[in-house]
Design a protein around this ligand. Structure first.
Ligand code: NI
Ligand code: MN
Length: 225
């Protein structure tokens, strides 16, 4: 799998011929100025919850790419009303098979209002499983014991928020990784805004001390897992 960091929680994952794009928030991210949202390859857009820092560029990217937008039912319906042609609206615990992949919407402990004040349903994360293995994009979440249920997916890695303030921080993300049984974590949702600015060297050291690996690829770069 090839994972590209587009900043904040916006991550691209190339696997099994799919180009998944999670939580598009590029044009509003001061750290992602070098990212060209108009040319990101994308076959499916996965939106974890309704907050602006996760949905901002989803409509424009969906319209130019004709990618399928997958989210919860309320968010999928909201985008449908905006003219996004292909949407799939899940709810917690439910999944869908898309091509070679199984996409499952799993619990996140957070909130989910859409930018215009519309109800954004329950927030979630996505477990994606396919021929190259399974992984999690956790969206925005607190630490919750439900994460122990994700062990059964044998996740190769998890993208977890580590920025604190609006989501769990480093210490809780370490426990989350242990609950899920993942050794490799890609940090998301940090450094974009002053309240979620963290010491990345300290974060990596804390993960290492727990026997885990924290990967923090630079914005615009791609890693292989
Ligand atoms: Ni949020
Ligand atoms: Mn957020």
């Amino acid at each position: 799998m090839r994972i590209t960091n587009y900043g904040h929680s916006c991550m691209g994952v190339r696997t099994a011929g799919h180009d998944l794009l999670f939580d598009p928030f590029i044009s509003g991210n001061p750290l992602a100025k070098a990212v060209d949202a108009a040319h990101i390859p994308v076959t499916e857009i996965l939106v974890t919850h309704g907050h602006g820092d996760h949905v901002l560029d989803a409509e424009a990217i969906a319209k130019r790419s004709e990618a399928t937008l997958i989210s919860n039912y309320e968010i999928a319906s909201w985008f449908e009303k905006k003219g996004v042609q292909r949407t799939i609206g899940l709810n917690l615990g439910g999944g869908v098979t898309v091509g070679k992949l199984r996409v499952k919407y799993v619990i996140a402990l957070h909130s989910s209002e859409l930018p215009d004040g519309s109800y954004g349903g329950n927030p979630g994360g996505f477990v994606v499983s396919g021929p190259e293995g399974a992984f999690l994009h956790a969206g925005d979440t607190a630490l919750t014991q439900d994460m122990q249920l994700l062990k059964r997916f044998n996740l190769k890695f998890a993208m977890l928020p580590i920025g604190d303030h609006f989501t769990m921080g480093v210490d809780d993300a370490i426990i989350a990784a242990q609950y899920m049984g993942v050794q490799k974590v890609i940090g998301i949702h940090y450094n974009t805004f002053p309240p979620i600015t963290i010491d990345t060297a300290k974060a990596k050291a804390a993960f290492a001390e727990a026997g885990l690996e924290l990967l923090l690829p630079e914005i615009g770069t791609t890693i292989e897992i």
